[in-house]
Design a protein around this ligand. Structure first.
Ligand code: NAD
Length: 538
């Protein structure tokens, strides 16, 4: 059973004004955003410019400034990535877990000691993150996720059945027989790192398709994997929007698994495509998907008011609400609402957003034009909805970059779709309920949305907390008591949800790693039967 010691979590830097940390990261941001990065495939350890379409990628917060060109691969280049991965598999699948752990611990050390500013700056410019959001994602979360997963891989190796006097049973944690297709979203560099490395840590080879808007940190990660000694071809990076890469990979007999994080809609499509191709595969592919969310906060009349306000604002609007764990619906008893309304609305109206180089800002821009257009339509529909009152924000402006105001709305109808649909932007809905309807509102929270990813209860009465945890047992894979629903700490807080939020395999945990191994039992016996007949036949 697990014995190796836990790594220590990385303490994020705070970037206080006029410190060396601020000067250094600002220099890196300027350096990276003043050039156009040529980003394409990495196959068998080599950077290759794809022969497909060239896409120019701009800064979300200054849309006129291009910072990257991504060249898409041809079908032959995608097949080439696959051939390279399968060839690399022959040796990589034979490596020991300690050899693999040594490489990935080196990855974490390199990031901590050499590349964290580069990764944080790349994540800030490409994802439009503020410095602290960049730090917790591309430095602290990333380093910790790799170190903790390495520890969990060693723990798994030690998980063996008990011996008996005559039998020794060993579990041989084999990698899957084929390749893993890792598909990552735009919003977290940590997620990109976990999904590309976790299967490799368990001895698998990976074809990794990042989001087009997250190619810069993804390329930097590929360079770091190589510098740490990861053999060529173990992780191959293939850019694309998805369907064109899937067309090749999902029809290949060696597809052994999909490791996906992104929207529920895309994961359902992938699952369906795999189902349609089942006869093609040598194995039943493992399908792991962490998908959408509709995070909630529920307050009890005993809730600490200031903690509640801070949690709602931070989890609703940090990183422009583009976290799957973000709070996008809050349920407040009337007595609490009467006390917090003015302060909460004032805090949201006061949130500064703008260029990520200005560290006074709380938010940057949303990721791209498509997201901006989608959120602008949501805002238009909300302002036309007679059931909705806009308390703060409500506008968007793309004259410089893709900026959407932090928007707080209130509705008397807890079934309005503002409480059920995932918008993935800075839009948060409040429902105020009579204090004596606390139990009934729990039922609504559980039923109104298809998602079950994150939730928080703010309450100073422990008996009520117990009741809420029981009633909302299936409403969230990650439930927080007196804290915000965002901000999972890697290694300490396994993350994932069920229902429409995914397969709940908990990225960054021992359970998550188990999906990427196909154990073989090797049973060695010292004494076995020499008779054919059984005793009852005597
Ligand atoms: P998305 O679904 O649009 O894209 C995710 C990835 O899937 C991208 O790399 C995209 O190119 C790719 N893709 C799209 N169609 C594909 C196809 N046919 N084949 C292969 N790949 C395909 O999501 P997004 O906008 O990047 O991210 C936002 C979504 O991700 C939100 O719904 C959010 O809740 C979710 N998310 C969930 C978690 C979690 O842990 N549950 C974490 C982060 C993000």
């Amino acid at each position: 059973m697990p014995t190796s010691t836990y790594p220590t979590n990385t303490v994020p830097r705070l970037f206080l004004p006029q410190t060396a940390d601020v000067t250094e990261i600002s220099q890196k941001i300027a350096e990276l955003s003043n050039q156009v990065h040529d980003l394409s495939l990495v196959i068998g350890g080599k950077k290759i410019t794809g022969s497909g379409k060239k896409i120019s990628v701009s800064l979300p917060h200054r849309k006129a400034e291009q910072y990257a060109t991504v060249t898409l691969p041809s079908v032959d280049e995608i097949k080439n990535a696959l051939d390279n991965a399968l060839e690399a598999r022959e040796k990589w699948s034979q490596t020991s877990v300690s050899q693999r752990v040594a490489i990935f611990n080196k990855v974490a050390d390199l990031i901590e000691n050499k590349y964290k500013n580069l990764l944080v700056a790349a994540t800030m410019i490409g994802q439009s993150k503020t410095v602290f959001q960049g730090e917790i994602d591309a430095a602290a979360g990333l380093i910790d996720s790799i170190r903790f997963n390495s520890k969990f891989a060693l723990d798994i190796e030690k998980m063996q059945p008990p011996d008996s006097e005559v039998t020794n049973i060993a579990l041989d944690y084999r990698p899957l027989e084929g390749f893993v297709y890792a598909i990552t979203p735009f919003n977290f560099t940590t997620t990109s790192a976990i999904l590309s490395t976790a299967p490799a840590l368990m001895g698998n080879v990976v074809i990794w398709k990042p989001s087009i808007t997250a190619m810069l940190p993804s390329h930097i990660l590929m360079d770091i994997y190589k510098e740490a000694g990861l053999p060529d071809g173990v992780i191959n990076l293939v850019p694309g929007y998805g369907p064109e890469v899937s067309k090749v990979l999902l029809t290949n007999e060696y597809l052994a698994g999909i490791y996906f994080t992104g929207s529920t809609k895309v994961f359902r499509q992938l699952w369906q495509q795999v189902g349609n191709n089942l006869d093609t595969y040598r194995n039943f592919p493992r399908l792991v998907g962490e998908t959408g969310g509709k995070g909630f906060v529920i307050a009890h009349p005993t809730a600490d008011r200031d903690r509640l306000i801070s949690a709602i604002v931070r989890s609703g609007f940090e990183y422009q609400g583009q976290k799957c764990s973000a709070c996008s619906r809050a349920y407040i008893p009337q007595s609490v609402w009467d006390e917090i309304k003015d302060k909460l609305v004032a805090e949201v109206r006061d949130l500064k957003f703008g260029q990520i180089e200005d560290f006074k800002n709380f938010m940057g821009a949303v990721i791209d034009e498509a997201s901006f257009n989608r959120l602008s339509t949501v805002l238009k529909n909300l302002s036309a909805d007679p059931e909705i009152e806009i308390l703060a924000g409500g506008k968007s402006d793309s004259s410089t970059g893709y900026f959407v105001e932090p928007t707080l709305v209130i509705s008397k109808n807890p079934k309005n779709k503002v409480f059920s649909d995932e918008y993935f932007g800075p839009i948060l809905a409040i429902h105020v309920f009579p204090d004596n309807q606390f139990e009934a509102i729990l039922e609504t929270i559980d039923q109104v949305s298809a998602y079950a990813l994150t939730g928080s209860i703010f309450c100073e009465d422990s008996a009520v907390v117990t009741e809420v945890l029981e009633k909302l047992r299936n409403s969230a894979g990650s439930m927080n008591v007196n804290d915000k629903p965002t901000g999972a700490v890697m290694g300490k807080h396994p993350f994932g949800g069920s229902r429409a939020s995914g397969t709940n395999d908990k990225a960054g945990s021992l359970q998550g790693l188990l999906r990427w191994t196909s154990p073989r039992v090797v049973r060695t016996v010292t004494t076995s039967a020499t008779d054919v007949k059984h005793p009852h036949q005597l």
